[in-house]
Design a protein around this ligand. Structure first.
Ligand code: AP5
Ligand code: ZN
Length: 217
């Protein structure tokens, strides 16, 4: 099963992709996470991407496509993959089609997470994670226990993403509207696109996704 998640910043793509990964034994591929790892490692790609990411702009297609092409061919993607944050431009979608055709694979479904834009900045600005184990938290929907301890590993160190301030979220949303929204008609012409109400509580969103998956399996 190969899935694409579409939706604006903060729609819940990463949250739901992780749940699907556990339920279906397929691999989440987040180009945002891959880029953040490159930035942390100080690699050439990371150095080129950092300023763009911090400004809420997209990283050039050429960098992303070659990263994705290599990632998708790793053994852990054999059973299937969930693309979270890719493709983000029509050029990336076209490049993906070529790669998949060459590999004899295809996209089974596109899940479009629909959310009210006014809710996005609050969600994103509230997000933080454990610096040690990466567990996700949110000031509003999933705070830590009193005293600020990670439930999973007991650490007291937490980090916020450099691009999660409200001003950068506005730029990320502008990039989404201009570059990524045109992917909706692109996929509607080619594969099953399922619209999910991303404003519902997290468990409710997962249930909607489960029903969609049952229909297409
Ligand atoms: P990326 O890391 O992909 O960020 P994004 O698309 O902006 O998405 P987010 O991770 O912010 O949101 P999400 O939808 O995953 O939401 P989440 O589940 O975390 O990209 C970052 C940057 O990298 C880009 O700006 C760009 O520069 C670059 N980049 C990456 N891919 C690229 C590409 N293909 N091409 C070019 N450049 C690329 O949820 C957010 C918060 O809300 C969490 O705290 C969560 O707990 C909470 N939440 C989730 N669901 C709900 C719910 N239903 N109700 C209440 N709260 C919820
Ligand atoms: Zn932790």
């Amino acid at each position: 099963m190969n899935i694409i998640f579409l939706g604006p910043p903060g729609a819940g793509k990463g949250t739901q992709a992780k749940r699907l990964e556990t339920r279906y034994g397929i691999t989440q591929i987040s180009t945002g996470d891959m880029l953040r790892a490159e930035v942390k490692a100080g690699s050439e790609i990371g150095q080129e991407a950092k300023a763009l990411m911090d400004a809420g702009k997209l990283v050039p297609d050429s960098i992303i496509v070659s990263m994705l092409e290599a990632r998708i061919q790793k053994p852990d993607c054999g059973k299937g993959f969930i693309l979270d944050g890719f493709p983000r431009t029509v050029a990336q979608a076209e490049a993906l089609d070529i790669v998949l055709q060459r590999l004899g694979r295809k996209i089974d479904v596109v899940l479009m997470l629909e959310v009210d834009e006014n809710a996005l900045a609050d969600r994103v600005a509230g997000r933080f994670s454990c610096a040690k184990c990466g567990a996700s938290y949110n000031d509003v929907s999933k705070p830590t226990a009193v005293g600020g301890t990670c439930d999973l590993c007991g650490s007291h160190d937490f980090v916020r993403r450099a691009d999660d301030d409200r001003e950068t979220v506005t730029s990320r949303l502008a990039a989404y509207r201009k570059e990524t929204l045109p992917l909706l008609p692109y996929y509607e012409e080619r594969v099953t696109v399922s619209f999910i109400d991303g404003m519902a509580p997290i468990d409710e969103v997962s249930k909607q996704i489960d029903s969609t998956m049952m229909e297409i399996e």
